[in-house]
Design a protein around this ligand. Structure first.
Ligand code: SF4
Length: 472
């Protein structure tokens, strides 16, 4: 449902120049991906992008209800934007992850609130409320605007923010109900995108020469389980994407995030081993190294189960890097539980761990519980675990020193004279080169130094075409 309260006095936007939009995406990659589709619809409607919010006529935020910092930013921005309304005409909107309890509050502050599912109806909503749009008055058909109410937001062709890296949503919502997370309440239950759509989008990206494609979802490896009639699951999707890679003979890597340990099956890993385009990187959130805390988090797996998956990964994909997410200081986490997490860090030898200090998320079940671990203890556990991570990751990175690895060069480095890239395992690597023309392409890079969470290197040569499909 789209909810809106539009102040008719604010509709006479400045028509002496093109109308411009500015969107602030907050939170995770899913929100960034949604933003690419919102952008596409707005540009279809004739809006032009601006990176300066103070010159935009349409200001939007793709909100995240998961992080308190993101909520604070939403309020910070909308109060500022509403002040600007005293001086000029503008329209504000909010979309993304919004808790039902926040909807009422947001509606008092924003002109328009819509769920991402309602994106295809956005042009009609503008019309319905008599809002001025750049191409108002032109035939919608002629302007190429989709007004089909049956269109799903996944069918909207996104305006990718990068010419060589793309997110492809494969699923939305979550059925897992982890007690620290509000996603099932903001995005709803799991819905898988049609496999044909996904394969078409991946095929188009490969054709255009995209080098890195990330399949996105809250719980990617339960893909297909909501469509009882189909029996086409995550393994099947990976298999078909692998075939696209082989047929194309092009060089690209496909990643996925995030899988849930409970749904990780051996056949997904075996499929990854079969196809070179399915990149050697697994991001498998552990969250805690203690079964009692995992139970309290409602994670529905045990350390023993997680251990089995890591054993499969090492056996089937010996070169894969293993990333994880960990929360320290969850309610009732005692020293002995935390020691379990430290042991897990040692045992599983993660290449990267995104460690968070627990904070109650509005709307999540655990927000109703007492936050028993003090801020100081959380901070101290965070520091201890980060030091553990640096030790284990550093040992892994040392093994790469002296090797020549394919690297996707992604951006200029922070320091002049350097570029930044990532290995297939997504380890960041700083490359001594100022040749910006390399950004967006693969190169073979000689690793000259290993650091705790990254590498350094120099370009050996450009990657011969088709190298990744047939590395031997
Ligand atoms: S699996 Fe758990 S943490 Fe991930 S989105 Fe679902 S409820 Fe949230």
């Amino acid at each position: 449902m789209i909810l809106a309260h539009i102040d008719q006095n604010k509709q006479s936007l400045n028509r002496t120049r093109p109308l411009r939009y500015f969107i602030l995406p907050l939170g995770c990659q899913m929100n960034s991906s949604d933003t690419e589709r919102i952008t596409s619809v707005l540009e279809d409607m004739g809006y032009e992008p601006t990176s300066h919010e103070d010159e935009a006529d349409l200001l939007g935020v793709v909100s995240c209800s998961v992080r308190q910092k993101a909520i604070d930013r939403v309020y910070g921005r909308i109060h500022q934007w509403n002040k600007w309304k005293d001086k000029r005409s503008l329209i504000t909107f909010v979309s993304g992850c919004i808790l039902p309890a926040d909807e009422k509050k947001f509606l008092k502050l924003f002109d328009l609130l819509f769920k991402i599912d309602d994106l295809p109806r956005l042009p009609d909503i503008f019309d319905q409320y008599g809002m001025v749009t750049p191409i108002r008055g032109i035939s919608r058909k002629r302007a190429g605007i989709r007004t089909d109410f049956d269109t799903h937001f996944w069918d909207i062709q996104p305006k990718y923010s990068s010419p060589f890296q793309a997110f492809v949503p494969i699923q939305n919502g979550c059925d897992k109900f982890c007690t620290f997370c509000a996603v099932p309440y903001t995005r709803g239950r799991e819905i898988s995108r049609g496999s044909k759509d996904i394969l078409n989008e991946v095929g188009r990206l490969v054709e255009k020469g995209y080098k890195s494609i990330t399949l996105l979802g809250q719980n990617v490896n339960s893909y297909g389980h909501d469509k009882k009639e189909d029996a086409y699951f995550f393994k099947d999707l990976m298999e078909d994407i692998g075939k696209i890679g082989t047929a194309s003979k092009k060089d690209f890597w496909v990643y996925f995030t995030s899988p849930h340990p409970r749904d990780m099956t051996r056949d997904v890993l075996e499929t990854m081993a079969k196809y070179p385009c399915l990149a050697n990187n697994i991001h498998l959130p552990l969250q805690s190294g203690d079964d009692r805390i995992l139970k309290k988090m409602n994670r529905s797996y045990t350390i023993n189960h997680y251990e089995n998956i890591v054993r499969w990964v090492r056996e089937i994909l010996p070169l894969a890097t293993l990333f994880t997410d960990i929360i320290v200081g969850f309610p009732d986490e005692e020293e002995e539980h935390f020691l379990g997490t430290r042991q897990a860090m040692d045992q599983f030898q993660f290449h990267m761990a995104y460690i968070a200090q627990y904070s109650p998320r509005p709307g999540a079940v655990s927000a109703r519980w007492e936050d028993t671990v003090s801020a100081n203890t959380k901070k101290s556990r965070f520091r201890i675990l980060t030091t553990d991570l640096m030790r284990v990751a550093s040992a892994q990175n040392e093994k790469q020193a002296g090797k020549i690895l394919p690297v996707l060069i992604e951006a200029e480095g922070r320091k002049k004279g350097f570029l930044m890239g990532k290995t297939e395992g997504r380890i960041p690597i700083r490359i001594a080169s100022s040749d910006k023309s390399l950004i967006g392409s693969f190169a073979l890079v000689r690793v000259t130094k290993s650091l705790s969470l990254s590498l350094e290197g120099e370009v050996d040569s450009l990657l011969p075409a088709g190298f990744l499909q047939n590395p031997s």
